[in-house]
Design a protein around this ligand. Structure first.
Ligand code: BDR
Ligand code: CA
Length: 311
């Protein structure tokens, strides 16, 4: 299995991404989970990550608190999407498992150094603050990371927090800039693809029909999560942004993208955090990321439902 560190700000869709990873030990070995401030402040994201591990029956997973604010800007949160707790919807018990001692950034550095070069994949599902801080603190890890598979950005689809910026990149564009310039192979799941991973009514029913605590909780989370997109875009079903990352690790053939140049806007207030993606190859800037644009949505939901049934 691929060794990964999940860097996250749960978030209902983060929660589903974590559940999918924990349900797939043959393909994915979760070394640990590092939490970051994003959808809600760090105290809540680091609590929510443990709620999710316990829901999955995985009290053994190491969960760390990481950075509590972006590198150079004030924290912007998204309670308008995820609710006050960040995980509104199901009524889940407070976690009893403690946070693992130490800082998430130090865990990332130590794990990448401890494993053979090219064998640890980082999976950021929130603002890139922890990853960028690790790269700043320990530049040597850049050539040792196997790949970064992240959810963030958008191009043809525009933004979801400003007209041009997606939330994760907007919250910490300076961190994103560091990551995209790091030279590490990157796979990006932008809004262009995650807005195709919609939890329609039959897909939500399939989660609930699992009849397990996990199935019901996921149905309730995606029910809650849907409200925002329905009101905002009139779209049917919650977009499962972050699970695209863990699904990609299990079956990359579900996704289609292009290896292109992606730069992050960090100057203009108007377009701050925009992922400027050279989809058509109109510059001579070197490709630095696989920008995913399409997925087999039915295959994605079949995989997700089948895996959630295992928990
Ligand atoms: C991203 O922002 C968060 O609200 C979601 O968890 C996802 O990671 C989508 O823009
Ligand atoms: Ca997230």
């Amino acid at each position: 299995p691929r060794k990964i560190i999940i860097d996250t700000d749960p978030g209902q869709d983060d929660a589903v991404a974590i559940l999918l990873a924990l349900a797939s030990p043959e393909e994915i070995d979760v070394l640990g989970i590092t939490c970051v401030a994003g959808n809600v402040p760090l105290d809540l994201t680091s609590k929510n990550a443990r709620i999710v591990c316990e829901l999955a029956g995985h009290r053994d997973i190491k969960v760390f608190a990481g950075c509590d604010r972006p590198l150079g800007r004030d924290l912007v949160t998204a309670e308008h999407v995820h609710g006050k707790t960040g995980l509104d919807g199901p009524d889940l018990p407070d976690p009893t498992m403690p946070l693992t001692e130490g800082h998430g950034v130090d865990f990332i550095i130590e794990q990448v150094r401890a494993h053979p070069a090219g064998s640890v994949t980082l999976c950021p599902l929130g603002p890139l603050t922890n990853i960028a801080t690790a790269l700043q603190k320990a530049p040597d890890i850049a050539e040792k990371v196997q790949e970064i598979v992240l959810m963030g950005g958008g191009y043809f689809e525009g933004g979801n927090i400003t007209p041009t910026a997606e939330f994760n990149i907007y919250v910490d564009p300076h961190a994103a800039d560091i990551v995209f310039k790091s030279g590490i192979p990157i796979v990006v799941m932008p809004l262009d693809v995650t807005h195709k991973a919609l939890v329609t009514k039959p897909r939500n029913d399939a989660f609930r029909a699992l009849g397990t605590p996990v199935g019901v909780a996921v149905a309730e989370m995606t029910d809650f999560f849907e409200r925002f997109d329905k009101e905002k875009y009139g779209s049917e079903g919650a977009p499962l942004h972050d699970p695209c990352v863990t699904a990609y690790l299990i079956n990359p053939d579900l996704f289609k993208g292009r290896h292109i140049n992606v730069e992050i806007e960090t100057q203009s207030e108007l377009t701050m955090g925009m992922t400027v993606a050279d989809w058509w190859g109109v510059t001579d800037r070197a490709p630095n990321a696989v920008f995913v644009g399409d997925l087999d949505a039915d295959g994605f939901f079949a995989l997700l439902t089948e895996r959630l049934a295992r928990l």
